[in-house]
Design a protein around this ligand. Structure first.
Ligand code: HEC
Length: 158
């Protein structure tokens, strides 16, 4: 019995070493890609800083990776969050979103932030969460930014 356990342990260790060679692609396209989003939605410098420090890592083409991103299986787990986050909401693709989609994403943003669901809990554990005041600033900015898209949509309907 002891022998079997020893084999299992050795196999697990070898597997752990082998997976270190599989490196998921990094999300490091640079912050220039968020400029169109900033120009349109016009966050204050405070809100812009909060977006950068708490949201862009999963919702833009630029992620600042922590050291453990170099270590599998954390690297896979992080890459998965970034991929999933960008699929739902990517500020780097803002220019390609329709007015309807922009309005809807900002509506979702208000809901997610209000309910404390964004940033993801697994992220706030390492990066800290937004304070109540910061959440409020972010929601106010998003509501104001939505107005331009609502107006655009109304004009389309006329
Ligand atoms: C660690 C990665 C991560 C961080 C950081 C993060 N998100 Fe997300 N976000 C996700 C993932 C994954 C999803 C999709 C799954 C879900 O909704 O839980 C998502 C979904 C969303 C959605 C929903 C889009 C839709 O179509 O339903 C919005 C809006 C959003 N995030 C806004 C934010 C904001 C604002 C912040 C910063 C305050 C933030 N997120 C921080 C990973 C992240």
């Amino acid at each position: 019995m002891k022998k079997i356990l020893k084999y299992i342990l050795i196999i697990a260790l070898v597997a752990l070493v082998v997976i270190q060679f599989i490196r998921p692609e990094k999300n490091e396209g640079g912050y220039e890609s968020v400029n169109a989003f900033l120009e349109e939605t016009k966050p204050s410098s405070e809100v812009a800083a909060l977006l950068k420090s708490h949201c862009y890592d999963c919702h833009s083409n630029q992620t600042v990776y922590p050291w453990y991103a170099e270590v599998a299986p954390f690297s896979f787990w992080l890459a998965d969050h970034v991929k999933d986050g960008k699929k739902h909401f990517n500020v780097s693709d803002w220019a390609q979103y329709s007015a309807k989609r922009k309005d809807h994403k900002l509506e979702e943003l208000v809901e997610e932030v209000e309910q404390g669901e964004m940033p993801l809990p697994s992220y706030t554990w390492m990066h800290g969460n937004l304070s109540k005041e910061e959440q409020k600033l972010m929601m106010q900015w998003a509501q104001v930014a939505r107005l331009q898209y609502k107006m655009e949509l109304e004009q389309l309907e006329d």
